[in-house]
Ligand binder design. Structure first.
Ligand code: AR6
Length: 176
């Protein structure tokens, strides 16, 4: 599904965040130490190779809500933006910290003049954030920033399974 709001194309699709060939920056659902891990972090580090690990070492640790940018190495993108989402039930206020991830990733993209960015569903895997609640935070945060975006003209959500895709499509279809 795709929609254009305030001149920005917003898409939801099912797929692998490490295989987004037509996107300039992909977002990593990182851990504090910016190391490889399960889920998104594992897929991104495996695909990017050891260069990413080396660059990440100099930037870690990061705090919940923070975002940092690196090169993308062997990934088919130019940049990786690493966001540390909140652990659900632990890092508070979790909705604000999750919103900060989206805000900070878009802020960095604007500063770098990045036109297209792809997000996974941050915090909804190992960090336990319920998918629907997280999707509401993600879309609300993004929709509040759309009119201010000058560089970014495409925002993609890459969902790993059908249920998460449906949840995101439903919320996106109701966004105004
Ligand atoms: N592409 C897109 N989405 C994916 C992929 C993929 N290749 N793999 C999983 N997902 P998670 P978090 C979905 O756990 O909750 C890591 O181990 C997944 O189904 O990657 O922020 C790190 O090292 C889920 O919906 O991120 C951290 O310690 C969503 O992406 C911790 O987990 C996020 O799942 C981060 O936890």
């Amino acid at each position: 599904m795709e929609r254009a709001i305030s001149g920005v194309k917003i898409e939801c699709l099912k797929g692998d965040i490490a295989a987004q060939n037509d996107i300039l920056a992909v977002v990593n659902a990182a851990n504090a130490l910016l190391k490889t891990g399960g889920g998104v972090a594992g897929a991104i580090h495996r695909a990017a190779g050891p260069g990413l690990y080396d660059e990440c070492r100099s930037l870690a640790p990061i705090n919940p809500g923070e975002a940092v940018i690196t090169g993308a190495y062997r990934l088919p993108n130019e940049y990786v933006i690493h966001c540390l989402g909140p652990v659900y039930g632990r890092d508070q206020p979790e909705d604000e910290l999750l919103a900060d991830c989206y805000r900070n990733a878009l802020k960095i993209s604007e500063e770098k003049g990045i036109k297209s960015i792809a997000f996974p569903a941050l915090s909804t895997g190992a960090f336990g954030y319920p998918s629907k609640d997280a999707a509401k935070v993600a879309f609300k945060t993004i929709s509040e920033l759309l009119s201010e975006l000058k560089a970014v003209n495409k925002i993609r959500f890459v969902l790993y399974d059908e249920k998460d895709l449906e949840i995101h499509e439903d919320i996106l279809s109701k966004l105004y």
